[in-house]
Design a protein around this ligand. Structure first.
Ligand SMILES: [Zn+2]
Length: 176
């Protein structure tokens, strides 16, 4: 499959409490729920970024995922993302809180690596652009998500001029 997109998720709330704190969710827990609870063959996401910044490696990249079915795509060309994207989930409910600095740093590192390995990636989009949800959370703006594609350009620049720290600061500021 050709990977054209990265879809960003959060673990979100629960049916009982949409603002529930789910930042303690780990990749292992989610994998367990997806396999035992949903009866899936594997975790739906390709990566889970835990609160600490630990990156949990989920479903193998390049095999169809189970994270964004495309029930209400913002643009017709988006459709279902499962056969053409990488799904990254950040632990936490960003309808109520914001990602941790460690999570943002880990996301940057992961994306830079993915952009290198999969140059066909053309957009990073929020899950809510393909399904009727708030995912990855009301406190994470569309622009913040789509701007992550700029990390692709950063790799082409002289990295000594754009330090990761500055980039992180800029992206963190946009979240405020
Ligand atoms: Zn989602």
């Amino acid at each position: 499959m050709i990977i054209e997109y990265v879809v960003l998720h959060h673990t979100g709330g629960t049916d009982a409490n949409p603002l529930a704190d789910t930042s303690h969710h780990t990749g292992a827990m989610i994998k367990d729920w997806h396999i035992k609870g949903n009866g899936w063959s594997d975790i739906g996401y390709n990566f889970v970024i835990e609160k600490s910044g630990n990156i949990f490696i989920g479903r193998k990249v390049g095999t169809p995922g189970a994270h964004a079915v495309g029930r209400k795509p913002k643009k017709p060309e988006y459709g279902s993302m499962n056969g053409k994207s990488i799904g990254i989930c950040m632990a936490g409910n960003f309808d109520a809180t914001k990602p941790t600095v460690s999570q943002i740093e880990a996301l940057h590192r992961l994306l830079q690596e993915l952009f290198k390995q999969y140059p066909t990636i053309k957009e990073v989009i929020p899950h809510r652009w393909v399904d009727p949800k708030t995912c990855p959370g009301k406190n994470v703006s569309d622009k913040w998500v789509t701007d992550l594609i700029n990390l692709k350009e950063v790799q082409k620049l002289d990295l000594s001029r754009v330090s990761n720290q500055e980039l992180l600061q800029e992206l963190t500021n946009r979240l405020k």
